[in-house]
Design a protein around this ligand. Structure first.
Ligand code: HEC
Ligand code: HEC
Length: 301
C-alpha cells in the first residue's frame, strides 16, 4: 500500500483534481524553464543538498497514496501554504495539462522544508517525526501515520538528506507560546462571539473550547487542557501558518476556503487577530491583556 509504481499529482486549490500520471519519479516536468537561479546548483540552507532534495525528497510530497483520507492522501493535499499546515509547500503550477513545481517554486519549498529539519541531530527533525508512528517514537500528526518504522524507504531517504546538511546547523528555535497569556487573554474568545455568530464552545467544546463552569472562570486544569489542544492548531512563531488564525479568517482576507463555524475576522489587520499573532510569535506573555483581548465574560472572581 505504501509504495506505488504510479505517481499522480494532486492539486488542492478549490477542489481536489487529479491531473497527471506517470512512472514514479521519472518525470517531474518543468524543471528546465526557469534559469534565473544562480549557477551554484547546491543550496546553502543549513548546508542541505538542493539537488538531492529536488530529485528524491520533493517527489515524496506529491506521491499518490491511493485515496483522499488521512494517510492515503499525498502530503501536498494538506500542506500547501493555502491549506496552512506547517511544511509550507507552495501550490503546484498547472500548465499544458501538467502539474509540477517550477524550479523557483522548488527552491522556495526547499527553504520552507529546511526549517523543519535539524542536521545536528537528524532524528529530532520535525519532518521525520510527524509522519512516523508514535509507537516507534513519532509525534502526533493530524495527517495520520505514514511510516510504521524508521526503516521505511521514505524515512531513510529523508534522514539521509538531512545528514547531508551542515552538522552544526540546528533546529530553528521553538518559540514559546505563553500559557498564562492564553488563560487570561485568549481563552475568553471562545465564549464571546461576535455579532450573529455562535460561540466557539458550541462546536469545539470537546477540544480547545471547553466551556467554563457556570458563572465562573475556567479552572487552571481546564485552561491547561484547552491549551494543550489548541497548541496543535498553532505553529509557534508563524501566525500565518497557524490553523487557529487561519480557519476563522475570511477567505477574502487570505483565510481558509471553508469553515463550518463562520468567520470571526474579516481582515488580517483585525486588532484581535493581530494581538493573537503577536502571542503566537512569542511576543506576548503574562496576564496583562492588550485592549483587543479584554473581555468581561466569564467573570473572574
Ligand atoms: C490529511 C492531511 C495531511 C496529510 C496528508 C499530511 N499532513 Fe502533515 N500535517 C497536517 C496538519 C493539519 C498538520 C498540523 C497539525 C499537526 O501537527 O498535526 C501537519 C503537520 C505536519 C508537520 C509539522 C509537525 C510539527 O512539528 O509541528 C510536518 C513536518 C508534516 N505534517 C509532514 C507531513 C508529511 C511529510 C506528509 C506526507 C508524508 C504529511 N505531513 C501528510 C496534515 C496532513
Ligand atoms: C457552528 C459550529 C462551529 C463554530 C461556532 C465554530 N466552529 Fe470551528 N469548526 C467547525 C467545524 C465543523 C470544523 C471542521 C470542518 C471545517 O474545517 O469547517 C471546524 C474547524 C475549526 C478549526 C480547524 C480544526 C482542525 O482540527 O484543523 C479551527 C482552528 C476552528 N474551527 C476554530 C474556531 C474558532 C476559533 C471558533 C470561534 C471563534 C470556531 N471555530 C467556531 C465548526 C464550528
Amino acid at each position: 500500500m505504501m509504495l506505488r509504481t504510479q505517481t499522480r499529482w494532486i492539486l488542492i486549490a478549490s477542489l481536489i483534481s487529479i491531473v497527471g500520471c506517470s512512472e514514479q519519479e521519472s518525470a517531474i516536468p518543468g524543471t528546465a524553464v526557469e534559469v534565473s537561479v544562480s549557477s551554484a546548483s547546491s543550496g546553502t540552507t543549513k548546508g542541505l543538498d538542493y539537488e538531492f532534495y529536488k530529485e528524491s525528497i520533493e517527489p515524496i510530497f506529491i506521491r499518490y497514496r491511493g485515496g483522499f483520507v488521512g494517510s492515503d492522501t499525498a502530503c501536498v493535499a494538506c500542506h500547501t501554504v493555502q491549506a496552512n499546515a506547517p511544511l509550507g509547500l507552495v501550490p503546484l503550477t498547472q500548465e499544458n495539462g501538467e502539474v509540477f513545481w517550477t524550479e523557483e517554486q522548488s527552491r522556495q519549498n526547499f527553504e520552507n522544508v529546511a526549517m523543519l529539519v535539524n542536521p545536528s541531530d537528524p532524528e529530532t527533525s520535525r519532518l521525520l517525526l510527524a509522519p512516523l508512528s508514535p509507537i516507534v517514537g513519532g509525534e502526533r500528526h493530524s495527517g495520520g501515520i505514514f511510516w510504521n518504522s524508521t526503516d521505511h524507504s521514505e524515512y531513510r531517504l529523508m534522514a539521509e538528506w538531512i545528514q547531508s546538511g551542515n552538522p552544526s546547523a540546528t533546529a530553528d528555535p521553538i518559540v514559546d507560546v505563553d500559557f498564562e497569556f492564553f488563560r487570561s487573554c485568549v481563552q475568553p474568545i471562545f465564549v464571546n462571539p461576535i455579532e450573529n455568530a455562535m460561540p466557539c464552545t458550541e462546536c469545539h467544546s470537546g477540544v480547545f473550547a471547553i466551556p467554563p463552569p457556570a458563572n465562573a472562570y475556567w479552572t487552571e486544569d481546564q485552561s491547561r487542557l484547552a491549551f494543550e489542544e489548541l497548541i496543535y492548531l498553532i505553529d509557534p512563531g508563524r501566525p500565518d501558518s497557524s490553523r487557529f488564525l487561519h480557519k476563522p479568517l475570511h477567505p477574502n482576507a487570505g483565510g481558509d476556503l471553508m469553515h463550518n463555524g463562520g468567520r470571526r475576522w474579516y481582515s488580517k489587520d483585525d486588532p484581535e487577530r493581530q494581538a493573537l499573532a503577536s502571542w503566537i510569535r512569542g511576543e506576548s506573555a503574562g496576564d496583562q491583556c492588550p485592549s483587543a483581548l479584554q473581555f468581561e465574560n466569564p467573570p473572574r472572581s
